[in-house]
Structure formats: C-alpha cells, structure tokens
Design a protein around this ligand. Structure first.
Ligand code: BDR
Ligand code: CA
Length: 352
C-alpha cells in the first residue's frame, strides 16, 4: 500500500464532523497529524472536548488536538445547537476525555506543521475557515506549502442552508472565507482548494438503514434500528460503544432534517469532504474563481463562483460537481464499522 495521506483536520464537531473524524480514523490510507477545533456548530471549548472525546473513545488519544479561535475574525459568533444538539453531538454523551489539548493554537499548528512537512500535508476544513485565515494572516506563504486543501462550504448553483443564499460554514465567518479564497489565488490552478458545497453534499443522504448496516458490519447487537416514531427518550442500546454513541448522535440529526421538511435523513456534508481529501478521484470538479459576499444586506456569506472568467481573475477553486453517492456511503459505513469493531475488540482484550 502507498504511504497514508497525512492530514490536518480543522473541524467544528458537530454530528457530521464526527462522522468525518470516524471515517478518517477508520481509513488505513489516512494519518491524522492534528485535529484543530474551530467555533461553529458549538463554541470552541465544546468542539475541543468533542474532538478529544471521540479520539479517546477510538483509542487515538495520542493525536494532537489544538484549540482554535473563540469566534470569527470580526463577526459575533453564532452557534447552532438546534442542528447538532446541546453539546454538538446530538443525544450522544461521550465519556469525559482525560487528554488535554496541546499548548499551541490551531493557527500556530497550521503554520508549524506545514513548515515541518512542506508539500506533504492535506488540509481538510469542515467548519468555518477562521483558524486557517488567521494562520495565513501570520504566514502568507502557507497556501503554497499544502499538498491539497479540501473545504466543506458554500452553495453555488444551490440554495443556502443558513440564509437563502449562504451555507453555514461560510456564513459564520464570511471574512475568513473571503481571505482564504483570496490567498489561494496565488497557488497554481491544479492545487486550488477543492470545495464541497451544498450542491453535492445535500445529495449525500444517510438513512436509518445505513446505520443499521453499519452496526451489523461492526457485529454490534441488538441490531440498530432508528425509527421516526420512536419515543423521544429512545437511546441506543447496541453493544459497540462507537456505534452506540454515533447512533445517538445521528438520531438527533435525522430528527432535525425531518423537522425541517427534508425527510428522516441526515446530510453527510463533512465525511464526504473527508473522503475527497483522501482521494480526489472519487469526484469530478469544475474550476471557478470564488469570492465571498461580505457586505450584502441579504446576501452576506454567499459564495459567488465566476465560471466564465468574467472577473478576469484566475480560478482559485475546484468545485465538486459529481460523485457516486452510493459508493461513497458504502465506503463510509464500511470504514467506520471496521474501526468500531477493532476498538471494541481491543477494549475487550484490555478488560480481560
Ligand atoms: C456544514 O454546516 C455544519 O453545520 C455541518 O457540520 C457542515 O460542516 C453544512 O452546511
Ligand atoms: Ca462541520
């Protein structure tokens, strides 16, 4: 096998960020170098606890977690507990982590790690771009040192999910997003950031039957069946701890999507971006020049793509357009299930 892809993962964990982390932890072709916390779905301190807790639960408390900025570059912080639950993990209550975050900030970790490993690391951002923007302000050469950057964010030929035109991650910190896209105008087009917007991520639809299959693959019993008419207090009783917590998390996300008229489903925005970070070959792309609206009275946070060079500026983004959704979902449940099974087996061994 080729050497694993080494990643810096900047997240606002978050239910679908949790799936992204577990997907990468379950991927033999991935090596997470650091997990950086950004304020978004929930405040940074809670994101940090969530990151530490998932890593420990999965036996990877050795991975660095660095704390990011407490809020956007200039806008006040908004969080979305109604989407992701009071702690960002839906109904899941993970064991309190015992590890602590590292001493450096998330922005410093972006700078240090890309200096130590120039051209080697893949950046994955599945939350607001605040930490990366701060890092680039301090070190404008940073974009040129990344092997690749993959961002979950934006809505291009698609409605927003936060305002009629803006997607959540961009909408939380439009100034940061605008700065990052501007900074990447300087890198060659074949290394322009890969952007997974709602146009594609809202097509990545997880359903209760996928979770059921994931539990089966992990040998987790009893079989995991989440129903839309379950009693509100229903929580998972399945034996595998990773599957159990993930199930309690995604139940909340299913309910959120149902209560917003989208069906008893969950959009897997962030794990799709994680898969693209590992293997860009799973999707097709269209190059464009992307800028972010920061002024508009009703359009703030909108990602505007110039597909035809009308601005006369070179492309600074590769926008994901097509993928095999079923193949991705199959990959997602297999990788997470495989990891969950290994984690349970190793904790059984230590219990003996
Ligand atoms: C994005 O917003 C967040 O709530 C999700 O975690 C995802 O990163 C989708 O718009
Ligand atoms: Ca996210």
């Amino acid at each position: 096998m080729n050497a694993p892809t080494r990643l810096i993962v900047d997240v606002d964990t978050g239910i679908d960020d949790s799936f992204a982390l577990l997907y990468l932890l379950g991927s033999e072709d991935a090596e997470i170098v650091a997990v950086l916390s950004t304020a978004g779905n929930v405040p940074t301190a809670q994101v940090t606890i969530n990151n530490l807790a998932w890593l420990e639960l999965c036996g990877r408390g050795d991975i660095e977690v660095a704390v990011g900025a407490n809020g956007p570059l200039s806008a006040p912080l908004r969080t979305t507990e109604d989407t992701h639950g009071p702690q960002g993990l839906g109904y899941a209550v993970l064991p309190q982590p015992t590890h602590r975050p590292s001493d450096r900030t998330a922005a410093q970790a972006w700078i240090d790690l890309t200096r130590e490993h120039p051209g080697e690391l893949v950046g994955l951002v599945t939350g607001p771009l605040t930490n990366l923007a701060l890092a680039i302000r301090a070190d404008p050469e940073l974009p040129g040192r990344l092997r690749r950057l993959v961002v979950m964010g934006g809505a291009f030929q698609h409605p927003g999910n936060t305002t009629p035109v803006a997607e959540w991650n961009i909408s939380v910190d439009p100034e940061a997003a605008a700065e990052v896209f501007a900074a990447f105008s300087a890198v060659p087009e074949d290394r322009a950031p890969i952007v997974c917007g709602l146009d594609i991520t809202e097509r990545i639809i997880l359903r209760p039957e996928h979770l059921h299959r994931l539990a089966e693959l992990a040998d987790s019993a009893p079989a995991e069946i989440i129903r839309t008419d379950d009693h509100p207090s229903t929580r998972s009783a399945t034996s595998n701890p990773v599957v159990r917590h993930l199930s309690d998390a995604v139940r909340f996300y299913f309910e959120f999507h149902r209560d917003h008229g989208q069906g008893f489903i969950a959009h897997m925005h962030d794990p799709f971006a994680a898969a693209v970070a590992l293997d860009p070959g799973i999707a097709t792309y269209r190059s464009a020049t992307v800028d972010v609206e920061t002024e508009g009275r009703i359009t703030r946070g909108q990602t505007v793509a110039d597909w035809h060079g009308l601005w006369g500026r070179s492309p600074n983004a590769r926008i994901t357009s097509e993928t095999d959704v079923d193949a991705f979902l199959d990959d997602l449940i297999h990788r997470i299930a495989g990891m969950a099974k290994v984690v349970a087996a190793s904790s059984n061994r230590t219990d003996r």
